[in-house]
Design a protein around this ligand. Structure first.
Ligand code: PLP
Length: 453
């Protein structure tokens, strides 16, 4: 038992939070989360909240899974830690690496473990540069990312990402990382079809490669569906065209599947759905459903072959690479996803149901457009609706309508994230149809409240 006011005071006095304005934190006090069960959270004041965001897009199997805590406990009792440097290994890490290789879109045989998505993307930067060095092309060092992409918060992760606010703090991006536009159909020229826009947006990659010179470009990185950028679902023509361009210029393709991995889109990996075969896949979050930090890179045979055959030592790694406790949590989490057939549920049952229910929100006077794919969904709040999203009139950004709406969501017992005026969800994969109904009802109520404000 504790006193919420006292915790809030200690919090604002000592805890420097990520992505938080501490002025407003001190004023309002942090929300103290104390418990989770299934798709629900409880805060210290007894509010029960439906977690529409799976924490930070990660609690795929839902909260309160005792079989994961037991697996973690057993591993801690047996071997709480040992490193994987210098020719040592451990059973959970090996077992997990082999399982991930099986689950991944072929041909992936190797896994490099980290503790987070950011570290995994830093690893990608070093891997692709090492790859080209080993092939005798040290000049092929430039990596192309996308505006509004999110690839983490380390120096390389934040540089690969295309968040202007992050670049502005700390002099990013680091050298050798450049960006192209995002495939956001909402920003497409009027009259262009979605299919046409997909090809145009992918063409920006080709333009950038030609501008830099193909012999300077190491890799392209993108999220199959941009998450933190606002659930930007690309036109179906986009990714196959990106693949074609990467193949044409021999540029490595990195899919950042930190959000889209482990069932989020109704496939084990988003790359399957987008019909691409990346050379490297970043994963984290859903691999353990967030119960214990774990991330990594699935290394395709093209890169692994060069690294192993020509490589010598790869001078890179983390104390916690292949942490036995994190890997034990992942193994149990993957067992749950498999045994409960959660990926299939999102593909054929709850995913299509969410799509239908979310689309029904587009009749609301505030909603300009609502879309979803698998278990990610978003809706655009607009001042004036129109038949086509391109003709809707947006709100003045200074009004922060998204943030206001988020406040009503929370008051109505649902967590939804606001990216500007786009409201997004990424619910736990265990959500049932009845719970989708409950979520969408609460969203509608919150939209009504926002409209009345
Ligand atoms: N890549 C993507 C696509 C992400 O969404 C995130 C986190 O939200 C990351 C990388 C960074 O992962 P982490 O926060 O575990 O470092």
């Amino acid at each position: 038992d504790f006193d919420t006011a006292a915790i809030r005071q200690l919090d604002s006095a000592h805890f420097l939070h990520p992505f938080t304005d501490h002025g407003s934190l001190a004023e309002k006090g942090a929300r103290v989360m104390v418990r989770g069960e299934g798709i629900y959270l409880w805060d210290s004041e007894g509010h029960k909240i439906l977690d529409g965001m799976s924490g930070l897009w990660c609690v795929n199997v839902g909260y309160g899974r005792t079989s994961i805590s037991q697996a973690v406990y057993r591993q801690m009792e047996t071997l709480p830690f040992y490193n994987s440097f210098f020719n040592t290994t451990n059973v959970p890490a090996v077992t997990l690496a082999a399982q991930l290789a099986q689950l991944a879109p072929a041909p992936f045989k190797h896994v490099f473990f980290t503790s987070s998505g950011s570290e995994a993307n830093d690893t990608n930067v070093r891997l692709v540069r090492r790859y080209w060095d080993l092939l005798g092309h040290p000049e092929r060092h430039t990596i192309i990312g996308r505006v509004n992409g999110y690839h983490g918060s380390t120096m390389a992760g934040a540089s690969l990402g295309g968040m202007a606010g992050m670049h502005a703090q700390g002099g990013l991006p680091i050298p050798g990382i450049v960006h192209i536009g995002q495939p956001n159909y909402a920003e497409a020229p009027k009259g262009m079809t979605e299919a046409e826009f997909g090809i145009v947006a992918a063409g920006w990659l080709e333009q950038k490669i030609l501008e830099l010179g193909p012999d300077k470009v190491a890799a392209f990185i993108g999220e199959p569906v941009q998450g933190a950028g606002g659930v930007i679902i690309p036109p179906p023509t986009y990714w196959p065209e990106i693949q074609r361009i990467c193949d044409k210029y021999d540029v490595l393709l990195i899919a950042d599947e930190v959000i889209t991995g482990f069932g989020r889109l109704g496939t084990w990996f988003g790359s399957e759905l987008m019909q691409i075969q990346p050379d490297l896949i970043t994963f984290a979050k859903g691999v353990t459903s967030g119960y214990v930090p774990l991330g990594g890179v699935l290394v395709g045979s093209r890169v692994a072959h060069v690294l192993i055959e020509k490589g010598g030592e790869f001078n890179h790694g983390f104390t916690y690479s292949g942490h036995p406790v994190a890997c034990a949590a992942a193994l149990e989490n993957l067992r749950i996803i498999q045994d409960e057939q959660l990926v299939n549920a999102v593909a054929v049952d709850t995913g299509p149901y969410l799509k239908q229910k979310f689309a029904s929100l587009s009749d609301h006077p505030l909603v300009g457009h609502a879309d979803s794919l698998g278990f990610v969904a978003g809706l655009n709040l607009v001042r004036k609706k129109a038949e086509h999203l391109h003709d809707c009139v947006p709100f003045d950004q200074a009004l922060h309508v998204g943030m206001i709406c988020r406040g009503y969501m929370f008051a109505n017992g649902i967590i939804m994230r606001a990216v500007g005026d786009r409201m997004i969800v990424a619910p736990p994969l265990v959500m049932t149809q009845a719970q989708v109904d409950e979520m969408v009802d609460r969203i509608r109520q919150s939209l009504d409240d926002t409209l009345a404000d």
